[in-house]
Ligand binder design. Structure first.
Ligand SMILES: Cc1cc2nc3c(=O)[nH]c(=O)nc-3n(C[C@H](O)[C@H](O)[C@H](O)COP(=O)(O)O)c2cc1C
Length: 386
């Protein structure tokens, strides 16, 4: 789900993890959502309402916060697109499951018509208790989204399930978890490493950041994403399916195996064009032997997918150029048969921006301009859906 401009009502209940809800609020704001807060009375013993009012820049809805004529319990949920209760205590879960609206968080739960999420957080024995599990099951059966708690060291000093997930992970789950199309993106990301001997390899500087931006853009638009990943610095959200492929040979195999499942294939990985003809079984000891290293071409993954292209499938490739970028890209586009070619320069290696231009079947004239990798991803999503 795209969080830009989304109105999120954040419910806070009484648990140690209430302090982590401050960070969650900030992260949601950073992802361009608007957030308002409703709190149980007990939760204000953990973090004061002043903090949440200041962070959300809006009055917090708590018991007795309005006059007797105010309809906050209707107005707050009606304002919001999503209601997420994080952390959600065992007591609040029980209220939600039994339909009790005795205080603001549960009243909003009853009055909310849109999407509802709960993030249970508690001691693992409490979490695994039949009552809590039954209540969670009831909520799931009503279509409420229940976020799995993390497993780990709990505030009470015990280990187990019930831990409040990292706020970034909660925001990722909201933003990237809902696959609501039957479309799949298959994307290669990162670089390949072509072994010379057990300790050396041929590779390049690709960081995987452009691929990361593309993965996120397709996920937030409800696509299933399968990412075939070489080594890289970028971190992909948990919500995409990751398959590791260290060298061109294995990347080629995985991509061809998965090709038939995809509506769009994006060749974003910087695959080495050449590899040593033979991998030395032991570390090569002298530089003369290195100089004699014979190279051969790696499998051409782009060409192979174009050969196997199924009806309606779109194939997107990148052309990284260090000179005559536009000229070279136009030739590649004319000769190779991909649907979209994104020409880019080495300026963007490892950075958040990139110098790029799009060549498509409808528009084969191209200019280079600087933009963020997110902007590139948004444009690619639009073009791929055309
Ligand atoms: C120090 C402390 C920590 C607590 N942590 C949790 C917790 O993590 N999860 C939980 O379900 N209850 C926890 N409780 C119990 C709740 O605060 C209690 O059930 C309260 O009634 C919850 O009410 P509420 O849902 O209206 O906020 C804790 C209580 C105390 C005193």
């Amino acid at each position: 789900m795209n969080l830009i401009g989304k109105k999120i009502l954040l419910g806070i209940t009484g648990g140690i993890a209430a302090y982590k809800a401050c960070e969650l609020l900030r992260i949601l704001q950073k992802r361009h959502a608007e957030v308002r807060v409703v709190m149980t009375e007990d939760s204000t013993k953990f973090v004061g309402q002043t903090t949440f009012a200041a962070l959300s820049n809006f009055p917090v809805y708590i018991k007795n916060s309005g006059d007797s004529k105010s309809f906050s319990h209707i107005d707050y949920p009606r304002w919001s697109d999503i209601y997420i209760v994080a952390p959600c205590s065992a007591t609040s879960l029980a209220r939600f499951a039994s339909g009790t609206g005795e205080e603001p968080v549960s009243l909003c739960f009853l009055a909310m018509q849109g999407e509802k999420w709960v993030v249970p957080a508690m001691n693992s024995v409490m979490y695994n208790s039949p009552a809590v599990q039954r209540n969670l099951e009831t909520l799931r059966s009503w279509g409420v989204k229940v976020m799995e708690p993390a497993i780990g060291y709990l505030a009470c000093g015990e280990e187990g399930a019930g831990k409040f997930p990292e706020p970034e992970d909660i925001a990722d789950e909201l933003e990237f978890a809902s696959v609501n199309t039957n479309k799949t993106l298959l994307i290669t990301i990162g670089r390949t490493q072509e072994a010379i001997d057990p300790v050396r390899y041929i590779s390049n500087h690709s960081s995987g950041k452009t691929g990361e931006a593309i993965v996120k853009e397709f996920l937030r638009n409800g696509w299933r994403v399968v990412a075939v990943c070489g080594p890289m610095e970028a971190k992909l959200p948990k919500q995409c399916e990751k398959i590791e492929a260290k060298d061109a040979e294995s990347m080629n195999k995985v991509v061809l195996k998965m090709q038939s499942q995809a509506q769009v294939i994006v060749h974003c990985a910087a695959v080495a064009d050449y590899r040593p003809k033979q991998i030395a079984p032991q570390k090569i000891k002298n530089s003369k032997a290195i100089q004699k290293l014979g190279l051969e071409e790696t499998p051409n993954i782009l060409k192979n997918t174009i050969t196997n292209k199924k009806k309606g499938q779109k194939i997107v490739a990148f052309a990284l150029e260090t000179e005559n970028a536009l000229e070279n890209a136009k030739n590649k586009f004319k000769n190779c048969g991909m649907d979209i070619l994104i020409v880019n320069t080495a300026k963007g290696f490892g950075k958040d921006f990139v110098e790029y231009g799009f060549l498509t079947k409808n528009n084969s004239s191209v200019n280079l301009a600087d933009g963020s990798k997110e902007e590139l991803a948004i444009q690619l999503f639009k073009e791929a859906n055309d």
